[in-house]
Design a protein. Structure first.
Length: 588
C-alpha cells in the first residue's frame, strides 16, 4: 500500500463517516421529534424500554446518540434513572443493525436478483433518486427521505472504497504479522477501545472491521476482542456529554459504561471458558462481514439477557459511585429550564418541542403574575406582593435562558413546521416578559395605595373591577391560544383589545369628571392612570402574541397591515366580536 492508497482509504473513511451522519440526521428529521417522544413515554417496564431503545437506535443508527439523548432526559427530569437502564441496554442491541446492513456487501451470486440485494448494487439508484429529490423538491418529507437515501449511498460508497483499498493489505507481511498480536484478548480490547474512542461510533468501528475482513486475513479470535473493546470505547462520547450535568445525568452515562464493561467481561469470560473446554472450530477461520455482524449481535444480546434482571443493582452501583447531595435539590424553575438541554440541539425537532414546553410555562408565570397583582388592588398582603416580585424575576430568567437557547437552535436544520414554532416562541417571549413587568407595576401601585392609605371611590372600584375582568379574560384567551396553538381563540384577542382600549379612555374621562366635582384627588388620579395604562399595555402585548400566532402560521409578518385589515369598516366578523365584548364589559 503506497501513499495514494492510504489517501484513498482515508477518503473512504471520511465518506463512510459522513454518510452515517447524513443518514442518521435524515432519519431524525423525518421523525420530527416523534422518536424522542417514544423514548420519553414508552418506558413503563424494563422489557418495553429495551424494545423501544432497540427500535429507536435501529432507526437513527447510533447507540451513542440515543444514550446522549437519554442523558438529557434524565438531566431534565423527564425520565427516571430506572427507566433509562432498559433504553440504554436496548440501544446497544439496536446499534448492531448497521453491521447487518453492511454485512450484506458480502453477498455474491450470478443471479441478477440476488446481486441487487447487495447494498453496493442498489445504492447508486438511491443516490440518483435522492439527489433528484433534493434538487427539485420543496417538500420537507420528501427531502428528509432523500437525505436518508443519499446518506446511505455515500456510506456504502465509502465502505466499498475502504474495502477495495485495504484488500492489498493481505499481501503486506507487516500487516499479516501484526494480526496474531491482536488475538490476545487484552490487546484486542485496548485496540477496540482506542479505535471507537477516536471515531466516536461503535457502528463505524465495526464497519471498518468489516472492511478489513475483506482482506481474508482477519480471524474471529482477532475480531472478537476488538468488538468487545469497541463497545467500551463507544462510552466516551456519552461520558463527555455528562460533564457539567446534574448527578442523575452522570449516573445515566455511568450505566452505559458499566453495562458495556460488565457485558464485555461476562461475554469474554463465558466465551473463552467454553472455548477452553470445547474449542470452537470457527475461531481460527477467516472472519466475514456477516460473521462479524453475528458476533456483534450475539455479544449485545447475551449482555442484555445477563444484565437486564440486574438493572436495579446497576442503578444502586451508579448511585454509590455518584452519591446524592441533599443540599443541591433543584427548584421548580430550574427543573423546567433544565429541559433546555444542549444535548437536545443535536435533535432539533425535539429541542423545539422542549422549548415550547418552557415557553408555555413562562406564559403561565406571566399570566399568574398579572392575576396576583390585580388581586392586590382588592386585598393587599406582603406575601402576595413578594410573590409578584418572585414571578417577575422568574419570567426574566426564562426570557434570558430561553432566548439564548432559541438563538442556538435557529442555526440548526429545521423543518418548516419547527421553524414556524421557533419563530412564534421567539416573537412571544419578550411580550411575556413585558406582561410580567406591568404586573410588577400594578403591584407597586397597590403597595403605594396601602402605604399612603389611599382608596378609590365606590364608582372607581366598580370601573376597575370591570377593567380587571376584561384584562383577566384577554390574558386567559391569549395564553390558552398560545398553549393550544388555537388560531380561532387567537382571533378573539384583537376585538377584545379594542374594547379594552375604549375602557381605558372611558375610565380616564370619568376620572377627570370626578376630579372636577371634587369626588377624587389628584394623587389617586395618578395611581388610577398608572393602573389603567398598565392594563392597556398588557392587552397590547396580548394582541402582539395573538397576531404573531396568526401571522407565523400564514407566513406573513407585517403586523400593522394585518391589524389595519381587521379594523376596516367592512369587516363584519371583527365588528360583531367587538360589539359582543363591549356589551360584556360595560362600565357601570
Amino acid at each position: 500500500m503506497d501513499f495514494f492508497d492510504l489517501l484513498t482509504m482515508i477518503g473512504g473513511l471520511g465518506l463512510f463517516l459522513y454518510g452515517m451522519k447524513m443518514m442518521g440526521d435524515g432519519l431524525a428529521q423525518a421523525s420530527g421529534g416523534r422518536l424522542e417522544k417514544i423514548l420519553e413515554n414508552l418506558t413503563s417496564n424494563r422489557l418495553k424500554a429495551v424494545l423501544v431503545g432497540t427500535g429507536v437506535t435501529a432507526m437513527i443508527q447510533s447507540s451513542s446518540a440515543v444514550t446522549v439523548m437519554v442523558v438529557g432526559f434524565v438531566n431534565s427530569g423527564i425520565m427516571k434513572l430506572e427507566q433509562a437502564v432498559g433504553i440504554i441496554m436496548g440501544a446497544n442491541v439496536g446499534t448492531t443493525i448497521t453491521a447487518w446492513i453492511l454485512g450484506a456487501t458480502g453477498i455474491s451470486s450470478d443471479s441478477f436478483l440476488v446481486q441487487m440485494l447487495n447494498p453496493t448494487s442498489f445504492s447508486p439508484l438511491l443516490a440518483i433518486a435522492g439527489s433528484a429529490i433534493l434538487l427539485f423538491s420543496h417538500k420537507d418529507k420528501l427531502k428528509h427521505a432523500a437525505t436518508i437515501m443519499v446518506g446511505f449511498a455515500i456510506l456504502m460508497f465509502g465502505m466499498n472504497t475502504m474495502s477495495s483499498t485495504v484488500k492489498p493489505l493481505a499481501e503486506v507481511p507487516e500487516f499479516v504479522n501484526l494480526l496474531p498480536r491482536l488475538s490476545n484478548p487484552v490487546v484486542g480490547i485496548l485496540v477496540g477501545i482506542i479505535m471507537c474512542a477516536i471515531l466516536q461510533s461503535s457502528s463505524v468501528s465495526v464497519g471498518i472491521l468489516q472492511s478489513l475482513s475483506m482482506t481474508g486475513v482477519l480471524s474471529y479470535d482477532t475480531v472478537i476482542p476488538i468488538i468487545l473493546g469497541e463497545s467500551i470505547g463507544a462510552c466516551v462520547p456519552v461520558l463527555l456529554s455528562s460533564i457539567g450535568a446534574r448527578k442523575s445525568a452522570k449516573r445515566t452515562a455511568l450505566i452505559y459504561l458499566y453495562f458495556n464493561l460488565l457485558g464485555s467481561v461476562i461475554f469474554m469470560v463465558g466465551f473463552y471458558a467454553l472455548n477452553a473446554v470445547h474449542p470452537f472450530a470457527f475461531v481460527s477461520q477467516a472472519a466475514t462481514p456477516f460473521g462479524i455482524a453475528a458476533v456483534h449481535s450475539l455479544y449485545k444480546i447475551v449482555a442484555v439477557i445477563c444484565l437486564l434482571p440486574c438493572s436495579r443493582l446497576l442503578v444502586r452501583l451508579v448511585c454509590l459511585t455518584v452519591r446524592d447531595d441533599p443540599a443541591a435539590e433543584a427548584k421548580p424553575a430550574d427543573r423546567v429550564l433544565s429541559l433546555l438541554d444542549s444535548r437536545f440541539l443535536e435533535k432539533p425537532s425535539y429541542a423545539v418541542e422542549q422549548s415550547r414546553v418552557v415557553a408555555v410555562t413562562m406564559a403561565g408565570l406571566a399570566e399568574e403574575s398579572v392575576n396576583v397583582a390585580m388581586g392586590l388592588l382588592k386585598d393587599y398582603t406582603e406575601n402576595e406582593a413578594w410573590h409578584v416580585k418572585e414571578l417577575e424575576e422568574q419570567v426574566d430568567r426564562f426570557e434570558d435562558e430561553l432566548g439564548t437557547y432559541l438563538v442556538k437552535l435557529s442555526s440548526r436544520n429545521l423543518s418548516e413546521r419547527d421553524s414556524h414554532t421557533l419563530s412564534t416562541i421567539l416573537h412571544c417571549i419578550s411580550d411575556f416578559e413585558r406582561i410580567s413587568d406591568h404586573a410588577l407595576n400594578i403591584m407597586e401601585c397597590a403597595q403605594e395605595m396601602r402605604e399612603k392609605g389611599l382608596e378609590f371611590s365606590e364608582k372607581a372600584k366598580k370601573e376597575v373591577e370591570v377593567f380587571s375582568r376584561a384584562v383577566h379574560d384577554i390574558l386567559n384567551i391569549t395564553m390558552l391560544s398560545f398553549r393550544e396553538n388555537d388560531l380561532d381563540l387567537a382571533r378573539q384577542v384583537e376585538p377584545l383589545e379594542e374594547v379594552i382600549d375604549g375602557l381605558n379612555l372611558d375610565i380616564k374621562q370619568r376620572h377627570v369628571k370626578r376630579l372636577r366635582k371634587g369626588k377624587c384627588t389628584i394623587e389617586l388620579g395618578f395611581v388610577l392612570s398608572d393602573i389603567t395604562t398598565d392594563y392597556e399595555r398588557i392587552s397590547d402585548h396580548c394582541s402582539n402574541i395573538a397576531v404573531c400566532l396568526l401571522q407565523v402560521n400564514e407566513d406573513e409578518f407585517d403586523t400593522h397591515a394585518y391589524i389595519d385589515g381587521l379594523k376596516t369598516g367592512d369587516n363584519v366578523d371583527f365588528r360583531g366580536k367587538v360589539m359582543a365584548f363591549g356589551e360584556r364589559y360595560q362600565l357601570p
